[in-house]
Design a protein around this ligand. Structure first.
Ligand code: GLU
Length: 478
């Protein structure tokens, strides 16, 4: 449920305000500013499904924000609070996100007003397939026009149903599998897609921590190791981000906020154990190894080094922004900070790594999956063994030297094993994702530090993204 307070602009208005702030610093041809900002079209569908002896009517949306590149891309959300304003805001963010990370797509987003917990698997399959049918028959699911993906309330399972539904309706389409991304591996998915958004958050933070001046802007220094992190939402994105940061970078997850309260432990929480508890008990209440606070939002306001909102939009708003103490916020969710709160935080000197960049790992790996589907071959299949054979040549040569030089020189024991192994699909996906996150960050920070009139990363991100969309319109002669 959206928590944007009613006295603040709506989510879509908030996105537009941030867009306007960036555009005011740009020199776009007359009229193009409005053309890029507006949502091209939003389709609303109401359909009935017979369940438990009665017809249930559902309302769904698919919004297309910008078709400067096709297909358009963006997830499908299942939640009771889904509405047109939210879907349009999310579609706009997809346009800017794809442009920023150079995924060759326009922006789109879909949503279905449904609480997935109210239905069993079979019922959910019927609902999902029917929604997919409604969208596919209008080309709002189509490998070359509109390619959905998972979002809040949906995952691999729903994507597999959607892909199968599309394939049944398009029996001769050889690229049918590319109609949706985020599929399970055995239904045309790609290794590393499930954790991609969380992995992207980790790579974004690693890149941020490579620049002393950027850390200094947030009053931070040193490495990610030991940094105190609070995560809001231990869903797919929050869980993976927290897991990787704690297990691989040595950060301390001191707070986890969920729908039924928050857990806090200054010494660092065991992310895996908390996740396990949530899966078994439906929430964090009763988790034995930490302090539980029923009023979860108080932990959002606790002292920490990095705050990761990974749940809903509008959670940091004019109502609580003054109490936020984190010097660095990385927006794993879409739109967690309202436009009003954004200004307050900027004036306070808080650094925000903005959503359109921070959570772009998902769509980046979706892009790889789509390419894999269109090329009908797994990444690395052609090169891996050839790469290994060439590396073997080097190792053979080094071994010869090893023998010849005796004690004077020898290979490090693990070198041979590591060097010989050719990259598999997962390693290639990670490498592509890391590269994407680094390059996009560098583009943003060049604007952030390079222009006196740009004071924050969000405005910089918008400028980079809008510039790319504008260039593609120009190239088309518009
Ligand atoms: N729903 C995700 C997002 O908001 C992923 C979109 C995609 O993979 O197309 O970015």
């Amino acid at each position: 449920m959206s928590v944007v307070p009613s006295n603040e602009p709506t989510f879509r208005e908030s996105v537009d305000l941030m867009y306007n702030r960036a555009v005011a610093l740009m020199d776009l041809p007359p009229g193009l500013e409005e053309k890029i900002r507006v949502c091209n079209a939003t389709y609303t569908v109401r359909f009935g499904v017979r369940l438990r002896g009665k017809i249930h009517t559902f309302t769904g949306y698919r919004s297309v924000h910008s078709e400067h590149m096709e297909p358009v891309k963006g997830g499908i959300r299942f939640a009771l609070a889904v509405n047109q304003d939210e879907v349009e805001a999310l579609a706009a963010l997809m346009t800017y996100k794809c442009a920023l990370v150079e995924a060759p797509f326009g922006g789109s987003k879909g949503g279905l007003c449904v609480d997935p917990r109210e239905y069993d698997v079979h019922e959910l399959e019927q609902i999902t397939r029917r929604f997919a049918y409604e969208l596919a028959k209008r080309d709002l699911i189509n490998p070359s026009q509109n390619v959905p993906a998972p979002d809040m309330g949906t995952g691999e399972r729903e994507m597999a149903w959607i892909a199968d539904q599309y394939a049944r309706m398009n029996t001769t389409d050889i690229n049918a599998r590319a109609c949706v991304t985020g599929k399970p591996l055995n239904a045309g998915g790609i290794s590393g897609r499930v954790e991609a958004t969380g992995r992207g958050v980790q790579y974004a933070l690693r890149e941020f921590f490579r620049y002393p001046e950027d850390k200094a802007a947030a009053g931070l220094s040193g490495k990610l190791e030991g940094k105190r992190v609070i995560v809001q939402g231990l869903g797919n994105v929050g869980y993976h981000a927290a897991k990787f940061l704690s297990e691989e970078d040595g950060s301390k997850i001191i707070g986890i906020i969920e729908h039924d309260g928050a857990l806090y432990d200054e010494r660092g929480l065991d992310v895996e154990a908390v996740r396990d508890w949530i899966v078994r008990h439906g929430g964090v209440t009763g988790y034995p190894d930490a302090t539980h606070t029923a009023e979860g939002s108080s932990v959002l306001e606790a002292e920490c080094d990095i705050l990761i909102p990974a749940a809903l939009e509008g959670v940091i708003n004019l109502g609580n922004v003054h109490a936020i103490k984190a010097p660095l916020i990385i927006e794993a969710a879409n739109g967690p900070v309202t436009a009003g709160a954004d200004e307050v935080l900027r004036d306070k000197g808080v650094v925000i790594i903005p959503d359109m960049y921070a959570n772009a790992g998902g769509v980046t790996v979706s892009y790889f999956e789509w390419v894999k589907n269109l090329s009908h071959i797994r990444f690395g299949r052609m090169q891996r063994r050839q790469e290994e054979a060439r590396h073997q040549l080097v190792v053979d040569e080094l071994e010869r030297l090893d023998v010849a030089l005796g004690d004077a020189w020898s290979m490090t024991p693990s070198f041979k094993e590591k060097y010989l192994r050719g990259a598999d699909e997962l390693e290639l996906v990670r490498s592509g994702l890391d590269d994407t996150m680094r390059i996009a960050y560098q583009a943003m920070r060049a604007v952030w530090h390079g222009r006196d009139d740009v004071r924050d990363l969000r405005t910089a991100a918008y400028i980079v993204a809008i510039d790319k969309v504008a260039a593609s319109y120009r190239a088309k002669g518009l």
